[in-house]
Design a protein around this ligand. Structure first.
Ligand code: ATP
Ligand code: MG
Length: 595
C-alpha cells in the first residue's frame, strides 16, 4: 500500500493535482490520451477517502468494460489498501443488474430472474416472431437484430415484436442484456423514494471513458446524481468509438447544462508517448477533432526517439513478414530465445532489451489477425490474441454454467467446482445415449470450456453469483495476460485505455481504415469515427510505432488493389520514415466503388 496523504498527490502533476483534489460538485475532465486520466481518477478517490473522510462505500466508480473495472479496482487497492474493497466499482451493466437484484419486485421481475444467455435470446425471439418450431439460427439472429432497429422491419412491426419478446423473456424469468440499464432507468424514473435512497448511498460518482455513454446510461447517471451532485466525469471526445452502439459524444457538451455549475479541467501533458509518436497522432486527428484548440504536449523529451515507420507492403504476406522481421530485430533474435518463455513478472525495464509482451499488433477487423498469427507462430514467436467473442457463446460454456448453478453439495473454491462439474458433464456428454439431456454438447467442448472458465472462476473466489453475473454481463474470451511473455494481438476497439512500448498498426488501407462495407457509402460521421479509432491506435504506443498497409488484399471474395489509408496523408511526411515498396497505384474506379 502506498503512503496516503500529501505524498499521494505528489505523484501527480500540477493540473492532475487540481483535478484530483477539487472540492465536490459536478466536474468534467476533458483530456487527451495518455494524460493520466485514469491515474487522476483513482488518486481522486483515494484522496477523498484518505484526506476528506469520505467513506469508501459512498463512492461509485463506473466504467464500460469488465477489464477497465478490474484495472480500476487494482489501482485503488494499491492506493488505499483493503478499504478499497468498499468502493463500488462497476460497469454500467453490472450496476444495473445489482439495482434490479435489490428491487426485483418493484421492477416487475421475479426474485429469481437472470440474464438471458445468447441461445435463450435466440430461442425466445424465434418464439416471439413466430418462426416455427425449428427456425434457422440465421432467421433468429435477423429477428434479434431487428429489435435493435438495424434491420429493415416496419417500425410498428418492431414495436409489436419487442413487446412479445419481452413478454416471452419474463415468462421464463429472464431479462435481456440490453435491459440491464433501461429497466433500472424505468424503475427509478417512477420511484422518487428509491432515487433518494441511491443518492444517499452513493454521494460520489465517477465515470471513466465518459465519451462513450449512450442515452440510457446518461439517463441513469442523471437519476443517480442530482444536478449539483458530486459527479466526476472523465474522458476524451476524440476517443469516442462506440457511436454504433448508441454512444453520443453530445453528452460531453450537455454536461454543464444538466449538471449545474460544473467545473471543467483540462489535462494537457501526455506521459505515454514519445514526441514523434504524439506529433503524428495529433496531426492524424486534427481534421475532425472534437476538441478544437486542444493542446497535447509531450512530457517525454528524448532527442533520440525513433521516427514513426510507415511500411508499404506488396501483399498481406509481405506485411506479416515485415511484422515478424521487425519483432525479431527488436527482441534480438527469436532463435536465441526459448520458444515457450513462460511468464515474466513485468514488462522490460525502460531502455532495456525488449520482450515479446512489450509488443502489440493492432488491427481494424478480427479477420486480419489470422495472417499475422500464422506468420508470427511459424517464426516461433509466442502470441496471444484478444477476442471479442462472448464467453457464453462458446460451445459448452453455457451448459457448464447451467450445471454449476444447479450443482448442490459441492464445497471448495469455485475453480475446483468448475473442474469437478466439468468432469461429470464431460463424462455424461461422452455418452451419445444421453444426447437428449445434453442438447448435443460434446465432451471436447466441455473440456475447453473448463479451461476457458477457470481464470475468469479463480478471480471470483467462491462467489458463484458474481461468477455467473460476470458471464451473463458479457465476459469475453480473454486470453490477454499482461504477465505472459507473448506478442499481443488485438482489435483497435479492444486496445482502448491500454499502452505498449511497441505498437504495430497493420492494414492502414482505404476500405479498412476507414472501414467500408460493400454497397454502403460511409457517412462523414462514420469516417470521423474511423479516424478516432485510428487516433486511439496511434496513441497506444509509448516508444515505437509501425504503421503498415498492404497494396493487395483479399476482401469481399476477391483480391483487390487498395490505396493507403487517407488518414495517413494527414501526417506530415517529415514525421514518417518510409520503408517498403513504391507508392501504391490508385485503384481503378470500378473497384473503388465495390469496396
Ligand atoms: P487513455 O486516454 O489512453 O485512457 P489516460 O489519460 O487514462 O489514457 P493513463 O493510462 O492514466 O492515461 O496514463 C498514461 C501513462 O502515463 C501511464 O503509464 C501513467 O502511469 C503515466 N502517467 C500519468 N500521469 C503521470 C505523471 N504525473 N507522472 C508520471 N507518469 C504519469
Ligand atoms: Mg484511461
Amino acid at each position: 500500500m502506498e503512503e496516503v496523504g500529501t505524498g499521494l498527490l505528489d505523484r501527480l502533476d500540477a493540473m492532475q493535482r487540481v483535478a484530483a483534489s477539487a472540492p465536490g460538485g459536478p466536474m468534467l475532465i476533458v483530456a487527451g490520451p495518455g494524460t493520466g486520466k485514469t491515474r487522476t481518477l483513482t488518486h481522486r478517490i483515494a484522496y477523498l477517502c484518505a484526506e476528506l473522510n469520505v467513506y469508501p462505500e459512498q463512492c461509485l466508480a463506473i466504467t464500460f468494460t469488465r477489464r477497465a473495472a478490474e484495472e480500476l479496482r487494482q489501482r485503488l487497492d494499491g492506493l488505499l489498501g483493503p478499504v478499497a474493497e468498499d468502493v463500488t466499482v462497476a460497469t454500467f451493466h453490472s450496476l444495473g443488474l445489482s439495482i434490479l437484484r435489490e428491487n426485483a419486485g418493484a421492477a416487475g421481475l421475479s426474485p429469481h430472474f437472470r440474464v438471458a444467455e445468447e441461445a435463450e435470446r435466440l430461442e425466445v425471439v424465434a418464439e416471439a416472431a413466430g418462426l416455427g418450431s425449428n427456425p434457422s439460427e440465421r432467421e433468429a439472429r435477423r429477428a434479434l437484430a431487428s429489435l435493435a432497429d438495424d434491420a429493415p422491419l416496419r417500425e410498428q412491426d418492431t414495436t409489436v415484436l419487442r413487446e412479445k419478446y419481452v413478454k416471452a423473456l419474463r415468462a421464463r424469468d429472464l431479462v435481456d442484456l440490453d435491459e440491464l440499464v433501461s429497466l433500472p432507468v424505468a424503475l427509478l424514473s417512477a420511484n422518487r423514494a428509491l432515487v433518494d435512497e441511491y443518492r444517499a448511498r452513493w454521494k460520489w460518482v465517477f465515470v471513466d471513458e465518459y465519451q462513450d455513454v449512450d442515452p440510457t446510461q446518461y439517463a441513469l447517471l442523471r437519476l443517480l446524481c442530482p444536478p449539483d451532485g458530486n459527479l466526476y466525469a472523465i474522458g476524451d471526445p476524440d476517443q469516442a468509438i462506440y457511436s454504433f452502439r448508441g454512444a453520443e459524444v453530445s453528452f460531453f457538451l450537455r454536461f454543464s447544462t444538466d449538471f449545474t455549475e460544473a467545473r471543467m479541467v483540462r489535462l494537457t501533458r501526455n506521459y505515454r508517448s514519445s514526441a514523434p509518436i504524439l506529433a503524428a497522432a495529433v496531426q492524424a486527428i486534427a481534421p475532425t477533432t472534437l476538441v478544437p484548440g486542444r493542446r497535447l504536449d509531450p512530457a517525454r523529451v528524448d532527442p533520440e526517439a525513433p521516427q514513426v515507420v510507415l511500411y508499404s507492403a506488396a501483399s498481406v504476406a509481405d506485411e506479416a513478414d515485415f511484422v515478424v522481421r521487425t519483432v525479431d530485430e527488436l527482441v534480438g533474435g527469436v532463435s536465441h530465445r526459448s520458444l515457450d518463455s513462460g511468464r515474466v513478472d513485468s514488462r522490460s525495464a525502460p531502455g532495456g532489451p525488449l520482450s515479446f509482451n512489450d509488443i502489440a499488433v493492432l488491427y481494424r477487423t478480427d479477420s486480419q489477425a489470422a495472417a499475422i498469427v500464422d506468420a508470427l507462430s511459424r517464426a516461433g514467436i509466442p502470441v496471444q490474441k484478444r477476442s471479442h467473442d462472448r464467453l457464453l457463446d462458446r460451445p459448452g460454456v453455457e451448459a457448464l454454467a447451467r450445471e454449476l448453478r444447479f450443482a448442490t453439495g459441492l464445497d471448495g473454491s469455485l475453480a475446483a467446482r468448475v473442474r469437478l462439474v466439468g468432469q461429470v458433464l464431460a463424462a455424461r456428454c461422452a455418452q451419445p445415449a444421453l444426447d437428449e439431456i445434453n442438447s448435443g454438447v460434446r465432451a471436447e467442448d466441455v473440456h475447453i470450456a473448463v479451461e476457458l472458465l477457470t481464470p475468469l472462476a479463480l478471480r471470483c473466489g467462491d462467489d458463484l453469483e458474481r461468477f455467473l453475473r460476470e458471464l451473463a454481463t458479457g465476459a469475453e474470451v480473454d486470453a490477454l495476460d499482461p504477465r505472459a511473455d507473448r506478442v499481443t494481438l488485438l482489435t483497435l476497439h479492444a486496445a482502448k485505455g491500454l499502452e505498449f512500448p511497441v505498437v504495430f498498426l497493420v492494414g492502414c488501407e482505404d476500405g479498412l481504415l476507414p472501414l467500408r462495407h460493400p454497397g454502403a457509402a460511409p457517412s462523414d460521421d462514420d469516417v470521423a469515427e474511423e479516424r478516432r479509432l485510428f487516433f486511439v491506435g496511434l496513441t497506444r504506443a509509448q516508444d515505437r510505432l509501425y504503421l503498415s498497409h498492404a497494396r493487395k488484399r483479399f476482401r469481399h471474395g476477391s483480391e483487390r488493389e487498395l490505396a493507403a489509408s487517407p488518414f495517413l496523408s494527414s501526417i506530415d511526411p517529415g514525421l514518417l520514415e518510409r520503408r517498403g515498396g513504391d507508392e501504391p497505384r490508385r485503384p481503378r474506379d470500378r473497384q473503388l466503388r465495390l469496396i
